[in-house]
Design a protein around this ligand. Structure first.
Ligand code: ARG
Length: 490
């Protein structure tokens, strides 16, 4: 007979039960198929707990040494793929604990002193998520960097700026790209804020009420690096809250949803720009797919899928919010359902950011060291589209205002001029001075400077405007910020 209660199918709490758990229930309630990916942080948390138990004289030094040795072997078994995950042991926590006890005997059974799976799992998810957030921050920064590098080459590239998807005013292509850099920068900050709250220790809350053992929770927090910017330990201050709420997972998924929404907006533009009707850009062939029936097609599958995957992540946010809303304090098994949406959110987001950074910024070939760009920009097509769309009409109105007309009257006058230009199929800048003076006698030769796309763009030099001097300054600001971030990350 094994002395390891977890070896038995009827499991750790078996003495109370008069029959083994039904197999159907076993399969229904198990989570080891998906929560085994928490194994490394589960061991990390257990070791911190055991070390603290020992410092507090709750566990002997010999037992701690055995636990450390056992966990070392388990780590090696899992890494090498030899570890046998057992469905009947329900989850990652019981699987590891059972193997530990098998390896080291009674010391393994002492590990769970002053602890419950409720505070254990809450700790594991937080430890796991905080490291995933670190990775996501790096990926967000490399996407921003890719966008800024393309922007750097296109400060003077003129494209039509749109409102209502109608040509509105000329803007610099760099300016347009930097709008996304701003979004992804805020996303990065949001992720860092979520991480600060995620990085707080539930362990010590035990099942729900705390424990009668003299635990030193702050020491565990410090050991696990759950500290604030000043190095002070961050510990959940209410045991009921610690084991039950998953707001950190929800706010992470909300932040992830926003990132995906931003990616989705960018995707929509890439798809439009790549269509024959716009022809503004081409995505490198390695990021597009062909059609099995129409030989001429190159489809932007990657941005389309990203737009589609946004729906999944937003769905996970709804799922997690709904999971939480009906739960009374404290822990309920419902919470086991937090993992798959959270894991899938992390995987979808990281995968999307990684491919976008490469699709936009290109990549370095590991062997040859040659950097191949990925986005081919067609400045002429952009400028042509801006010229076709009467994008400088506002500039003509502003010109008349400077000559003394009230803005509303200037607006009316220009509307008439645009109507006439449209009827004869020409741009405003192609009309003769005599024709233009027919709309207002104050119009002089200098109007042609105002009607040029470049003139229009140069004029918008307010802070945050599209004038190349402003955009150039923004490129520099972002580059400095992202270079500093890179230095911090590596
Ligand atoms: N697998 C469980 C989860 O993910 C671990 C906690 C189980 N606690 C319990 N009291 N049944 O939430």
């Amino acid at each position: 007979m094994s002395t390891n209660p977890l070896d038995q199918k009827s499991q750790a709490w078996s003495q109370l039960f008069s029959e083994p758990m039904s197999e159907l229930v076993q399969r229904y309630t198990a989570s080891v198929m998906f929560d085994q990916r928490l194994w490394r942080v589960d061991i990390q948390g257990s070791l911190a707990h055991a070390e603290m138990l020992c410092s507090q004289s709750i566990l002997s030094a010999e037992d701690l040494a055995s636990i450390e040795r056992g966990m070392g072997q388990i780590t090696q078994e899992i890494e090498s793929g030899q570890f046998q995950w057992k469905l009947e042991l329900e989850d990652v926590h019981l699987n590891i604990e059972a193997r530990l006890t098998q390896l080291i005997g009674d010391a393994g059974k002492r590990l769970h002193t002053g602890r419950s799976r409720n505070d254990q799992v809450a700790t594991d998810i937080r430890l796991w998520l905080r490291q995933e957030i670190d990775l996501i921050v790096v990926l967000l920064e490399s996407l921003q960097y890719a966008l800024v590098r393309v922007a750097q080459d296109h400060v003077h590239t003129i494209m039509p700026g749109f409102t209502h998807l109608q040509v509105a005013q000329p803007v610099s292509f760099a300016h347009h790209l930097l709008a996304y850099v701003e979004m992804f920068h805020r996303d990065t900050q949001r992720m860092q804020e979520v991480k600060a709250r995620t990085n707080t220790l539930p362990l010590g809350a035990a099942a729900l009420a705390g424990t009668s053992y003299p635990l030193d929770r702050e020491a565990v927090a410090k050991r696990l690096g759950m500290v604030d910017a000043q190095g002070r330990p961050q510990v959940c201050q209410n045991s009921l809250d610690a084991v039950s709420d998953r707001d950190f997972a929800i706010e992470f998924t909300a932040a992830a949803s926003l990132v995906m929404v931003h990616v989705s907006r960018l995707s929509e533009e890439l798809i439009l720009w790549m269509s024959q009707n716009f022809g503004f850009i081409q995505i490198a062939d390695r990021f597009t797919t062909g059609s099995s029936i129409m030989p001429q097609k190159k489809n932007p599958d990657v941005p389309e899928l990203a737009r589609g995957k946004t729906a999944r992540v937003v769905g996970h946010l709804m799922g997690l919010l709904t999971l939480m809303k009906g739960q009374p304090l404290a822990y309920n098994k419902d919470n086991q359902e937090d993992k798959e949406p959270l894991f899938d959110t992390v995987d979808t987001l990281s995968g999307t950011l990684r491919i976008f950074a490469q699709m936009i910024g290109g990549q370095k070939d590991a062997q040859t060291g040659v950097h191949s760009g990925a986005l081919r920009v067609r400045p002429q097509a952009m400028e042509h589209a801006a010229a076709k769309g009467y994008a400088t009409a506002t500039d003509l109105a502003d010109y008349l205002v400077k000559k003394g007309l009230p803005f509303r009257d200037a607006h009316d006058t220009v509307a008439k001029a645009v109507k006439a230009a449209m009827e004869s199929g020409v741009d405003l800048s192609a009309m003769s001075l005599a024709q233009l003076q027919g709309f207002h006698p104050e119009i002089q030769e200098d109007v042609y400077q105002v009607l040029s796309l470049l003139g229009s763009m140069n004029a918008r030099s307010t802070l945050g405007g599209t004038a190349p001097v402003q955009v150039q300054a923004q490129v520099q600001r972002h580059l400095a910020r992202l270079e500093a971030a890179k230095a911090r990350d590596f």
